[in-house]
Design a binder for this molecule. Sequence first.
Ligand SMILES: [Zn+2]
Length: 374
Amino acid sequence: MSTQATDSFGLSLKQLGKKGHSGHSVRCMQGLPSSQVEADTSRMAIGFYALGSLDILGTVNTSTTDVDRQSWIDWIWEQQSSGVYGTGFKGSPYMIGEQDVKPLQLAADYSEFDTPSLIMTYTALLNLAILRDDFTRLERPGLIKFIKACQREDGSFGALPSGGEADLRPLYCAFAISSMINDWSGVDIDKAIAYIRTCESYEGGYGQTPYGEALGGTTYCALASLALASKSPSVTEHISAQHRATTIRWLSSIQQTEGGFSGRTNKIADTCYCFWCGASLELLGAPDVANEAALASFLEKCQFQWGGICKAPETQPDPYHTYMGLATLSIYNITKGNAGVDPSWNLPSLHVSWNVTDETAEWIRKHLSSKAGQ
Ligand SMILES: [Zn+2]
């Protein structure tokens, strides 16, 4: 899609529905520590999408109470558990029932069937940072042992130490956690990077596993991992000029005429892929390749009348797509140089490879990264 096509979309975006999106996210948070009968193994991740949205909207402290935030912090720490593979966070107190959960100090050892996950550990750390916890309760040596236990012989990572699929998603989480705690001793970096390179797809982008079809989400996971492992902010250290160019061309080809990105060749546009693909272009140093006006216009149409952002226009909103829509707008600041765009679209900037606001990233650096070795 040509970047010259902006005029056909016009740049007169009405107010971004911040209040509604904030309200939608708060309602989603209420399911986090409360008494849901049905155990939801990914409650930690849902909490991240809701809290992450509030963080971007700048309403964490104004839309929630001190008591709520403290109860969420305590609930997150209750999910930190230790066992034979080390220490990590679970997505919820599933398998053992909420009433049986004991704080870590009462030895909440996990069993073989109730292990923490790298993905939930990554989102737990982001949640704690957004809630401005000081991380003093983090079991660092156990966490490093856990990361190590999740790496496979071929360099890939599984979300769990034993069994399950191994691919680029948990690998990204291992890289993000290691860079946040500023300790890479749990990762064989060379092996992991060699694995990422085997996931390079011929059409550009990266497959979820070696020789797989290129997907928007895993392309982000690969590029963000390479960025986190680089000495410079650029990913060019670990990607050939040719693959970089092919990936940029492929990403550009999956921005659809309605303005949003699709996740793979020949699919329809979806809000979450606006983030995965838009962030990938940013990591490749080529954000200008995206048609920003078309992208923002698509996201405007995906807003739900009563709050929240949907995966496509006229569908139902959910915390995941609400967060991904807002995070995309944090990368592509559409208000810059566009006088017709309401200033409400100006959102705080994003730390693209950790996927959290720069302000929260700064908190992580100060309270987590700088405490390495303690
Ligand atoms: Zn989606």
